[in-house]
Design a protein around this ligand. Structure first.
Ligand SMILES: O=C(O)[C@H](CS(=O)(=O)O)OP(=O)(O)O
Ligand SMILES: [Mg+2]
Length: 242
C-alpha cells in the first residue's frame, strides 16, 4: 500500500487521484464539524462552494439548515456557523445541512477525482483508517491519498499533524507500507507531539486565529482522538455515514 500526503488540496489532480482512495482533512474545522454533525444524526451534508448556492437550496427547501463560515464566523442569514459544538443532536438530527466554508468544502470538491473520498479528523481517525483499509483490500486499491485542506491557500500545521496520525495508524495496521516524504514528515511530527498536539499548534497560524475569535473549545474538541465511531464518505456530491 502506498500512502501519499498533499499539503494543500490545490496540489491534487485527476492524474494523481484517479486510482486512489482519498482522505480529506480539514481538522479546523470543516471535516471535524461535518463528522460530528453526521454522528449526531444529520441525514446528509451538502458541501457547496459559495453562499448564493447555499441560499438557493434553502429557497427550494425551507427545512434544510445552512451552515458554514466566512472569516471563521457565521454567515448572515445562515442557521449555523462552522463550530462543531453548534451541531448538537437536538439541532441536526434528521436534517439535511448545506455547508460552505473557506477551505474544507472546496477541498472535498477537489478530491472528487478519487475513487472514494472519506472525511478525516482526529475525532474519528481510527475507525476511518480501519474502514478504508478493509475496503481497499476488497477493492484491490493500492493507493491512499491524504489531502489536507490548508488554510487561506497555504499549508496548515493542524491538517499535517492529523495526516501524521493517519500514517501512524496505517503503519500499525499494515505489514508493507510505502510512504512519500510528506507522509513520513507528518508521521514524525505527529509522533513528537502525539500526547499533546497543543504543544506545537499553539505556535501555529490558524489555531491562534480561531483562539482570537473565541473558539478555544473547538480547538480542544477537534484535537481529541477517536471518540466518534462513524465513518463519513463524500459520494454523489453529499457527505453521508457509510
Ligand atoms: O472556520 C474555520 O475553521 C475555517 C475558517 S478560515 O477560513 O480559516 O477563517 O474554515 P475551514 O474551511 O473549516 O478551514
Ligand atoms: Mg481549516
Amino acid at each position: 500500500m502506498k500512502v501519499m500526503t498533499f499539503s494543500h488540496y490545490k496540489e491534487v489532480t485527476e492524474e494523481i487521484l484517479k486510482d486512489s482512495y482519498a482522505i480529506v482533512i480539514d481538522l479546523l474545522r470543516a471535516t471535524s464539524t461535518m463528522i460530528w454533525a453526521i454522528s449526531n444524526g444529520a441525514n446528509v451534508i451538502i458541501p457547496v462552494e459559495n453562499i448564493l448556492e447555499a441560499k438557493l437550496f434553502k429557497k427550494l427547501n425551507e427545512s434544510v439548515l445552512l451552515g458554514g463560515e466566512r472569516g471563521g464566523l457565521k454567515i448572515e442569514g445562515f442557521d449555523l456557523d462552522n463550530s462543531p459544538l453548534s451541531y448538537k443532536k437536538e439541532v441536526v438530527f434528521g436534517k439535511a445541512i448545506v455547508m460552505t466554508t473557506t477551505n474544507g468544502t472546496r477541498a472535498l470538491k477537489k478530491a472528487s477525482f478519487a475513487k472514494r473520498i472519506f472525511l478525516g479528523s482526529f475525532i474519528n481517525a481510527k475507525k476511518t483508517a480501519e474502514y478504508i483499509l478493509k475496503e481497499a483490500l476488497k477493492d484491490d486499491m493500492q493507493k491512499i491519498a491524504i489531502v489536507c485542506a490548508g488554510t487561506e491557500k497555504k499549508f496548515t500545521l493542524e491538517d499535517i499533524l492529523c495526516a501524521g496520525y493517519f500514517a501512524d495508524i496505517f503503519k500499525t495496521c499494515l505489514e508493507k507500507i510505502e510512504v512519500d516524504d510528506l507522509s513520513l514528515a507528518s508521521y514524525e511530527l505527529y509522533k513528537k507531539f502525539e500526547n499533546d498536539p497543543h504543544e506545537i499548534l499553539k505556535y501555529s497560524y490558524h489555531y491562534n486565529h480561531l483562539k482570537k475569535l473565541g473558539f478555544e473549545a473547538d480547538l480542544e474538541f477537534c484535537l481529541k482522538k477517536d471518540f466518534v465511531d462513524c465513518v463519513c464518505e463524500y459520494k454523489n456530491l453529499v457527505v453521508e455515514k457509510v
